[in-house]
Ligand binder design. Structure first.
Ligand code: ZN
Length: 263
């Protein structure tokens, strides 16, 4: 694996071995513009690595130092994650002005190779390979809904729930038949409008989000923190439900992911 050194002055000491990898996008038009920004002492921001669209890997901060990439953040009971993590930036223009682009194959391959290499030096838990939006849902959207977490999981990097069993599909088919008959009788808005927003459902979602690692309080109310955590969860695990609130797809996936993320 070829690594190009491009040292950044923006880092702090750290006292313990990292056990997390946090994935970002640069939110800049080119890798060069992002490298300049991450190496500028005035910006104070950085990451350990940056991977260009064409797959080149740049090292900005040594792994035994804390790069300034996560900011105010929380995951699985810990805050200020710069201390515990390795930050990897992916060259991508990001969400601004709707420019988010798919991540090219060559960039994804370099990322997976880099994470495997990092794992030869540090014990990185699968439940700790996550996105910036997972650890700072109220401020961040990166790496975004076009990032293919399933592809990583197929190569044993990070966690993804297993596909539903035959029984699960059977349940869905049965549910479909029931739904059609209910719809026929005009009860559709009740099913889709009210059922999924009961305080009990919100509380259950908060418990599951908390079990996975997100920062939420168990209030039983759809507060701002919960709304942002649900959006971050959808960006990572069920993009087809993105922005649809606590719909049945999100509820189902929350249960499956929480099971997979059990401590
Ligand atoms: Zn970020």
């Amino acid at each position: 694996m070829k690594i190009i050194d491009r040292p950044s002055p923006n880092f702090s000491p750290r006292s313990q071995d990292p056990d997390m990898v946090i994935i970002h996008y640069t939110d800049m038009p080119t890798a060069e513009s992002a490298l300049k920004r991450l190496c500028d002492p005035k910006t104070k921001v950085s990451a350990h690595y940056l991977i260009s669209k064409t797959g080149e890997i740049y090292r900005l901060v040594p792994e035994d130092k804390a790069a300034h990439h996560a900011g105010v953040s929380h995951w699985r009971g810990r805050d200020s994650l710069n201390q515990y993590s390795i930050g990897i930036e992916l060259d991508n223009p990001g969400h601004a002005a709707g420019k988010l682009k798919p991540f090219p194959d060559v960039q994804m391959e370099s990322l997976m190779e880099l994470i495997r290499d990092i794992r030869t030096r540090h014990k990185i838990h699968d439940w700790n390979i996550i996105g910036h939006s997972d650890v700072a849902p109220d401020r961040k959207k990166d790496p975004g809904e076009l990032f293919d977490w399933q592809r990583l999981a197929r190569r044993d990097i990070g966690l993804w729930p297993e596909t539903g069993s035959i029984w699960e599909w059977g349940q869905w088919a049965l549910l479909g038949v029931c739904m059609i008959s209910i719809w026929d009788r005009g009860h559709y808005p009740y099913i889709f409008g009210k059922r999924v927003r009961r305080p009990k459902d919100v509380m259950e979602a908060q418990k599951l989000l908390h079990a996975i690692g997100y920062k939420v309080l168990l209030t039983g109310e759809m507060d701002k923190e919960t709304e942002f955590a649900i959006l971050a969860f959808q960006r990572h695990f069920c993009t087809e439900s993105l922005g649809k609130g606590l719909d049945s797809g999100t509820q189902k996936m929350l249960t499956r992911v929480a099971k997979t993320f059990q401590r």
